[in-house]
Design a protein around this ligand. Structure first.
Ligand code: GLU
Length: 306
């Protein structure tokens, strides 16, 4: 892989940006330029490749759910996490609540809002300061901070997520205070990252939780395996099945336009393209990843067959 390929991939993906729309249900997100597109790749061997808007800051949104999951697994363990959510893909949208109405039901997975909010409850004792430094460490980016404008914009428009928190509380799936849980969830969605920060996180996951530069283990192997499996099966909302066929890499998208992808054993990839499809995935970003995966034969089943 080289930067010529990344440039070609962006050229291939760019026209698709026009077919999507930037998120507007969080009004502040509606202000970004939907035509921006960028990518950063970091290999375990130490190479950095990039093209387009790779330095542009944007809010992490649902990609924070990956970080919440790894921190909760490290801090509270597998049993505590999966008492609060299942591990099943869902055919429903990311903020659906209909499946929670049965008294026995628990959220489908850690990446739908209901599951992610239940997991953030486990992180409330850590608080924002510790979570922020965890995010900065996992993404090797000390400049990650809260985008106050996006946070305030979502906080003023979070009736649906608030009702999910109450539903979870009524089922005993969160025991932490409603406001503390919802505020921390929303703050963690509002963190400003770049494609490069995401590629750093991807590279750490690609390297089984060991930071390549230092050789230090940051995450347990089984935490990484669980997280990558959830990303592969549930990371792209209700588009996860088709994305797995077309790209075949553990990935997680956010409505800020980011996609985090992992090529296990090789590299992390961060993509930014804020024009979204109807499911909330970056329209052009998915095409960029499809182009790269096809050209370089990165689909995990292609690689397994080799
Ligand atoms: N903060 C967003 C929400 O909860 C995240 C959604 C997303 O990226 O899927 O609605």
């Amino acid at each position: 892989m080289d930067e010529v390929l990344l440039k070609q991939a962006l050229e291939f993906g760019q026209p698709y940006a026009q077919k999507g729309k930037v998120a507007s249900y969080i009004p502040e997100l509606g202000k970004v330029d939907g035509q921006e597109l960028g990518i950063c790749v970091k290999t375990i061997a130490g190479e950095t490749l990039h093209s387009g808007f790779w330095k542009q800051r944007f809010t992490i949104q649902s990609i924070s759910k990956v970080i919440n999951l790894v921190v909760a697994l490290e801090y509270q363990g597998f049993e505590a996490v999966f008492r609060r959510t299942k591990m099943e893909p869902t055919g429903s949208s990311f903020n659906a609540m209909s499946h929670l109405s049965d008294s026995e039901a628990i959220p489908f997975n850690p990446f739908v809002n209901a599951g992610a909010i239940a997991i953030v409850g486990l992180l409330v004792p850590l608080g924002l300061e510790q979570m922020l430094s965890a995010v900065q460490g996992l993404c090797s980016d000390k400049y990650i901070t809260i985008n106050e404008d996006v946070f305030q914009s979502e906080w003023a428009n979070c009736a649906r997520n608030r009702s999910l928190v109450y539903l979870l509380q009524s089922k005993g799936l969160i025991t932490e205070a409603v406001d503390d849980t919802l505020r921390l969830y929303t703050q963690l969605c509002s963190l400003n990252v770049t494609a490069e920060s995401l590629s750093n996180l991807g590279r750490l996951l690609a390297n089984d939780g060991i930071q390549p530069e230092t050789g230090n283990r940051i995450l347990k192997e089984e935490v990484v395996r669980t997280t990558l499996t959830m990303m592969l099966t549930c990371g792209m909302y209700n588009g996860s099945g088709e994305f797995a066929v077309r790209v075949g890499l553990p990935s997680k998208s956010g409505v800020g336009g980011g996609i985090l992808s992992v090529v296990p054993g090789e590299m992390g990839i961060g993509v930014y393209g804020p024009s979204l499809d109807s499911k909330g995935n970056s329209m052009a970003g998915q095409r960029v990843l499809e182009y790269i995966s096809r050209t370089e034969k990165l689909h995990i089943l292609d690689r397994y067959a080799r």
